[in-house]
Design a protein around this ligand. Structure first.
Ligand code: NDP
Ligand code: 8X3
Length: 257
């Protein structure tokens, strides 16, 4: 019988906790007795989450792409939340699905800023404390898009491939530091992800989930909770999951007609 970690011993920083996986993860941990630092740009949603979760929840309202903001958040933490031992670098997303030759360069810049730079600021800000205390867990939100290509996935797939390799390289750097690293790589999951990708176009955003049961934010939160509560000598490197009704296509071949 495996002795799981007591969630009450965990102080969990979650970026992007105003929606989707981040909000579900905040609820999963807080409801199990962990302390949660929930962050995001939408202040009213953070306030509602704080009201729901109570004193186990501290909120910080900032943009993860602002390099100084992560440091500021860390310095402003109330004493009870200072010993972060789980960081879920979740804030991220896709902008657009156009083929590379038609894609908007601003979308590409924004995806790199959010999914790479924002994630790096989160990790680099919180890592020294975890190494110093010799206890921690970095959970990154990758994607199946970082493992497999699809049309229009160009830069989004590229940034998530970066996240996957960064996670593995963190493992190499942190050997001996008692800090775990896990890359969570979900496939089709219904959140605000598509609404953001298609810039508020509700019809386009609904299309990927039509006629299929996608994974839910709670499904992903459960995976994160599981990897984080396994005994400290167990490091899950990668968790790749898909909706059961999502799988692979054969290679595409464009034939002369
Ligand atoms: P949502 O769009 O539902 O949530 C994204 C979260 O990120 C929101 O809380 C948003 O909060 C926050 N966020 C976005 N930009 C910023 C920013 N600049 N600064 C701070 N916070 C920001 O998406 P998901 O929950 O689906 O996605 C979470 C992660 O999982 C992302 O990294 C995504 O790429 C990844 N993923 C999603 C999949 C899916 O199918 N849904 C599958 C695989 C991976 P706010 O706007 O308030 O700042
Ligand atoms: C989100 C999953 O397949 O839309 O990362 O890229 S996918």
């Amino acid at each position: 019988m495996v002795q799981m970690l007591d969630p009450k011993t965990l102080t969990v920083l979650i970026t992007g906790a105003t929606a989707g996986f981040g909000a579900a993860t905040a609820r999963r941990f807080a409801n199990a007795g962990a302390r949660v630092i929930a962050t995001g740009r939408r202040a009213e949603r953070l306030a509602a989450l704080k009201k729901e979760l109570g004193e186990r929840c501290h909120t910080a309202n900032y943009d993860v792409t602002d390099r100084a903001a992560s440091e500021k958040m860390l310095k402003a933490l109330p004493p009870a939340f200072q010993k972060i031992n789980v960081v879920v670098a979740n804030a991220g997303g896709a902008f657009g699905l156009e083929p590379a030759h038609q894609a908007n360069l601003d979308d590409w810049d924004q995806m790199i800023a959010l999914n790479i730079n924002g994630l790096l600021y989160t990790v680099r800000t919180t890592l020294p404390g975890m190494v110093e205390r010799d206890e921690g867990h970095v959970v990154l939100l990758g994607s199946v898009a970082g493992d497999y290509p699809y049309p229009g996935g160009n830069v989004y797939g590229g940034v998530k491939a970066f996240v996957k390799q960064f996670a593995l390289n963190l493992r190499a750097d942190l050997l001996g530091a008692n800090v775990r690293v896990t890359n969570i790589e979900p496939g089709l999951a219904e959140t605000e992800f598509s609404l953001v990708r298609f810039k508020g176009d509700v019809e386009k955003a609904a299309a990927p989930y039509k006629g299929v049961t996608p994974m839910s934010a709670d499904d992903i939160a459960e995976q994160i909770f599981w990897v984080c509560t396994l005994p400290r000598h167990v490091n899950i490197n990668r968790v790749q999951s898909m909706a059961t009704m999502q799988a692979f296509s054969p290679f595409a071949i464009k034939r002369k007609t």
